[in-house]
Ligand binder design. Sequence first.
Ligand SMILES: Cc1cc2nc3c(=O)[nH]c(=O)nc-3n(C[C@H](O)[C@H](O)[C@H](O)COP(=O)(O)OP(=O)(O)OC[C@H]3O[C@@H](n4cnc5c(N)ncnc54)[C@H](O)[C@@H]3O)c2cc1C
Length: 431
Amino acid sequence: MAHRIVVVGGGAGGAEFATKVGNRYGHAGAVAVTLVDRSRTHLWKPLLHEVAAGSMDMHDHQLDYLAQARWHHFTFALGALAGLDRAAREIIVAAVTDDEGQEILPERRIGYDTLVIAIGSESNDFNTPGVRDHAFTIDNTWQAHLFHRRLVNACFRANYAARGEVIDIAIVGAGATGVELAAELHNTLRVLTGYGLRSFDPEKQIHITVVEAGPRILPGLPDHVAEGTLKVLSGLGVDVLTSEKVVEVEEHGLKTASGREVRGDFTVWAAGIRCAEVLRELGGLETNRINQLVVKPTLQCTRDDDIFAIGDCAAAPWIDGRNVPPRAQAAHQQSSHLVATVARRLAGKPPAAYRYRDFGSLVSLGRYDTVGQLMGFISSEKFRVEGWVAKFFYVSLYRQHIWALHGFWRMALDTMARMLRRRIDPKVKLH
Ligand SMILES: Cc1cc2nc3c(=O)[nH]c(=O)nc-3n(C[C@H](O)[C@H](O)[C@H](O)COP(=O)(O)OP(=O)(O)OC[C@H]3O[C@@H](n4cnc5c(N)ncnc54)[C@H](O)[C@@H]3O)c2cc1C
């Protein structure tokens, strides 16, 4: 019987893993690979702030799982992970319903010999009152799309009313997502007005505030990256408030612990991460306080050697008692490591330990700048990058993901096609 590999979550880590093991083993029939995702399409998550700002059309970049499965010799099963029966070695996939609540697929059980859980993370509202009711999150494509649509509608409304009313955007969290979104929005809302919004002046009518609980922006990234980013944001007129912990979000703004009130017709919550509730006590597996599955250095769950976790939903040990950070590059590395692990398992060998290699961090401030720090290729010295060089490396990260999903030549063709399309498409998404 074929060895059954089930991958739950087709994101930065899971989609690459399913593709690679499908390519390597799927057509021979010795291994049966199944990818389970609650969504029908995949979009690389680090692009979501661009979808939210309107500089990217999600439909141009989404990958259809069914097509990917056909091309790369695996099976796709639509549905959300709902449970795990470790004794029977089966996962439980929730029923799928349509927009009207009609059932499309019933609840199902899928058997595995090797299970890989890669369902990512979502933003952590730390149970702050009002976030669920009044704040946007951009954890998935649909949320990013909804935010963009509402914002464009607000601009159309303000343009038609022609009363000069100000649209306040408050972004909670000055991590990479928050600051990248602020810069991207600043640009796209200016471009948008060029498409006929003659009575709308973004210089006066758009006000963006970034609110951060920590003492400085981009916690966890080097000082010079934070300083460079702050300089760019200040130059754009974005207000950056640090050491301000948000304690409540309301319909038209938020309050901080110091008593400050910040206006926000649109509040975006982009502070911290946590994993889905389904992981808490999933089949009795060990989880931490943010619901990540605790894994050994081999990426095996501490309580079950047949279950692996990768990407944001895995608490994998790194250095100095810290875990591997929740980043796309970690998900990418872990997916490659796991392909080698599968080969070892099939050969009856024990899995090898994974070691995270931090290649540095880059922050894209849209057309204004890109700043960051990269690890040297020869020595382990870190060096600063900015401007076009940094932009090149930033864009390369996505190209690397496309390469992993489609191979080199399709990635190269896709890159060229996009360069050509840029000349004929509007510069921002207008609907
Ligand atoms: C706006 C934004 C910008 C970012 N920018 C960067 C960046 O510049 N650089 C960087 O390194 N990282 C960045 N990140 C973080 C990066 O996106 C994540 O670390 C990375 O995507 C994690 O990969 P993953 O495979 O673990 O999960 P994801 O890529 O999130 O994929 C998870 C998959 O699981 C599916 N899923 C979720 N729940 C279930 C369920 N119950 N059942 C079935 N399927 C499920 C989802 O549909 C999704 O397909 C950014 C994140 C955001 C939100």
